[in-house]
Design a protein around this ligand. Structure first.
Ligand code: SAH
Ligand code: SF4
Ligand code: F3S
Length: 467
C-alpha cells in the first residue's frame, strides 16, 4: 500500500518549489502526497529562517506534531518527522536536540538524497539512535539528481533557475542557509519548462533568491546567458503564454533585462523589486550597494521600456540606527515610486548576521509606529491601483474555484487576484474579464462574452504620488 507524505511549507516561493520537488523525489519510493498530517507516514516541515517569528512557528508546530506522532505510535503506526529548509540548514543538530521528536533534518541543497535519509531515519527509529542530519552543501548539483516532475504542475507554476546569494545584506540569513549563488544551465531550464507546458502549464514564474543574477551556461552559442536572454528563449516555447520572475535585486537589473520587458509580450508587466529602505545611510549599513536615487533611476528606465509596468517591493523598518529622518526618506521613496503592492517587516535580528551585532537597536514601539505608517501608505497605494483597474478588460488566468458556487479566481497580468462567475471549463485558461470593481486585495469582474465588442485598455503606469 502506498505510504502518505505530508509536506507543510513555510517561507518563500523557493520553498514552495522545493516542496513539490520533494514529493517528486519520494514518488518512486511509494510515497503519495496527502492533505493532512493525521494519517501521514512521513511529515516534512519545509521551514523559513528569515525572521525570528518564522523560526518560532516551526518549533510550535513540532510541539503539535509530537502529540500526533505519540498517538500514531499508540495505534502501532510509525510516523517519521523531518525538518527541511532554511531552519534545518541554520540550526542542524540543534533542532533534533530541542525537539527530539524530529527524525531527520536536511537542508535545501540535500533533499535529492531524501530517500536514503528516510531509510536511515527508519533504521534509527528502530534502534533508538540519534536523528539523521544532512545539511551539507554538496559538490554535486542537486538539480542533476532530481527526477522529472511526477505530476502536472498546474496552469501557473514555479521553476527554480537560480539559487543562493552572494550579496550578504547585513540583516539577511539567506547567504548562510542557501549557500553560494548558483545558476542552472539554460538548456536544463528550457527542457523543464517544455515539460511543464506539455503538462498544461501556461504561466511560469522563474525563481531565485536573486533571480536576475542568473548567469547560466548558454543553451546555444557558448558562454553564459543572463535572465533577459533566458526569458527570450522561454518566450519561444509554444503554449507558454506568461512569464514572471522573482525575486530580483536592483543591482542586477541590466540593459538586457530591461530590453526584455520592452520586447517580450509574454513577460508580464509586474515586477517585485525590493529596495528595503529609502535612506542612503541605511542602504549602506544594509550593504545593499545602491542608493535610493539609483533605484529610482532603474524604475524610470523600466517604465520607459514598458510604461504599464507595475512594481512591488519589500521594506524593513527599524533597522539598527534608523532615525525618524531615515524613515521619512523611505516614505518619500514609496510616494515617488507608487507601488501596486508591497511587503513590509519590522527588522528582526538574526543570529550570525552582521547587523545583529550593530547595537543601536530601534525600540519596539518605534518599529511598530513606523510599520503602521508605512503599511497605511502602501495600503492606500494598493487600493488606488486596484480601483484604477475598474472598467478595463484584463486577461485572467483562472487557477481555482472561488468560495461561491460558479465563481472562479485567477490572476490578471498585474498579479491582482480577480474573481468572476465562470464555468469550470475555464480553469487553467486565460480569459478576457471586464473589471467591475477594485477592492483592497482583489478585483471583481465579468467574463467578456465572445462577440461583445471590448475596448481593451491597459492600466496607466502605477499611480504616482498617492496619499
Ligand atoms: N532575495 C530577496 C529577499 C529575500 S528575503 C532580496 O534580496 O530582496 C525577503 C524579505 O524579507 C527581504 O526582502 C526583506 O525585506 C525581509 N527580511 C530579510 N531579512 C530580514 C530581517 N532580518 N528582518 C526583517 N525582515 C527581513
Ligand atoms: Fe538576502 Fe540580500 Fe541576498 Fe536578498 S540579496 S537574499 S536580502 S542577502
Ligand atoms: Fe525563508 Fe529560506 Fe526563503 S529563510 S524566505 S525559506 S530562502
Amino acid at each position: 500500500m502506498a505510504k502518505k507524505l505530508f509536506v507543510k511549507t513555510y517561507g518563500c516561493q523557493m520553498n514552495v518549489y522545493d516542496s513539490t520537488r520533494m514529493v517528486d523525489v519520494m514518488a518512486p519510493h511509494g510515497y503519495e502526497p496527502g492533505d493532512s498530517p493525521d494519517d501521514a507516514d512521513l511529515i516534512i516541515l519545509n521551514t523559513c529562517h528569515i525572521r525570528e517569528k518564522a523560526t518560532e512557528k516551526v518549533y510550535s508546530e513540532l510541539g503539535r506534531l509530537r502529540a500526533l506522532k505519540d498517538e500514531a505510535a499508540r495505534q502501532g503506526r510509525k510516523m517519521l518527522i523531518g525538518v527541511a529548509g532554511c531552519v534545518a540548514q541554520a540550526e542542524g543538530e540543534e533542532i533534533a536536540r530541542r525537539a527530539p521528536t524530529v527524525d531527520l533534518v536536511f537542508g535545501p541543497q540535500t533533499y535529492h538524497r531524501l530517500p536514503e535519509l528516510v531509510v536511515r531515519a527508519l533504521d534509527r527509529s528502530l534502534s533508538g539512535g540519534a536523528g539523521v542530519v544532512d545539511t551539507d552543501f554538496p559538490a554535486e548539483a542537486k538539480f542533476d539528481h532530481l527526477p522529472e516532475e511526477s505530476r502536472s504542475q498546474g496552469a501557473a507554476a514555479f521553476l527554480s533557475v537560480q539559487e543562493g546569494c552572494d550579496k550578504f545584506c547585513t540583516f539577511c540569513v539567506v547567504p548562510y542557509t542557501r549557500g553560494a549563488e548558483f545558476s542552472r544551465p539554460a538548456a536544463d531550464v528550457l527542457v523543464e519548462a517544455r515539460r511543464m507546458v506539455a503538462g498544461g502549464t501556461v504561466e511560469i514564474t522563474l525563481l531565485g533568491q536573486n533571480v536576475n543574477a542568473y548567469h547560466g551556461e548558454a543553451a546555444t552559442g557558448g558562454g553564459t546567458w543572463g535572465l533577459g536572454r533566458l526569458v527570450r528563449a522561454l518566450a519561444e516555447i509554444d503554449g507558454l503564454e506568461r512569464i514572471r520572475y522573482t525575486t530580483s535585486h536592483p543591482r542586477d537589473v541590466d540593459d538586457e533585462l530591461i530590453a526584455a520587458h520592452r520586447d517580450v509580450p509574454e513577460l508580464m508587466p509586474y515586477l517585485h523589486l525590493p529596495v528595503q529602505s529609502g535612506s542612503d545611510r541605511i542602504l549602506a549599513a544594509m550593504n545593499r550597494k545602491h542608493t535610493a536615487e539609483a533605484y529610482r533611476r532603474i524604475i524610470d528606465r523600466l517604465r520607459d521600456a514598458r510604461p504599464d509596468l507595475a512594481f512591488s517591493s519589500d521594506f524593513i523598518v527599524g533597522f539598527p540606527g534608523e532615525t525618524d529622518q531615515d524613515f521619512v526618506e523611505t516614505l518619500r521613496l514609496v510616494r515617488e515610486v507608487g507601488y501596486a503592492q508591497a511587503y513590509s517587516f519590522k527588522y528582526s535580528a538574526r543570529p550570525g548576521t552582521p547587523a545583529a551585532d550593530m547595537g543601536d537597536a530601534v525600540p519596539e514601539t518605534v518599529k511598530t509606529e513606523r510599520l503602521t505608517a508605512l503599511q497605511q501608505l502602501i495600503g492606500a497605494q494598493q487600493i488606488a491601483f486596484n480601483a484604477g483597474a475598474t472598467g478595463s478588460v484584463q486577461s485572467v488566468l483562472f487557477e481555482r474555484r472561488g468560495n461561491r458556487a460558479g465563481q472562479l479566481i485567477g490572476r490578471g497580468p498585474w498579479m491582482q487576484s480577480v474573481h468572476a462567475d465562470a464555468p469550470d471549463r475555464m480553469l487553467g485558461r486565460i480569459v478576457p474579464v471586464r473589471i467591475l470593481d477594485g477592492h483592497a486585495n482583489s478585483l471583481s469582474g465579468a467574463v467578456v462574452v465572445v462577440g461583445e465588442t471590448s475596448t481593451e485598455r491597459t492600466l496607466p503606469p502605477a499611480e504616482r504620488a498617492i496619499a
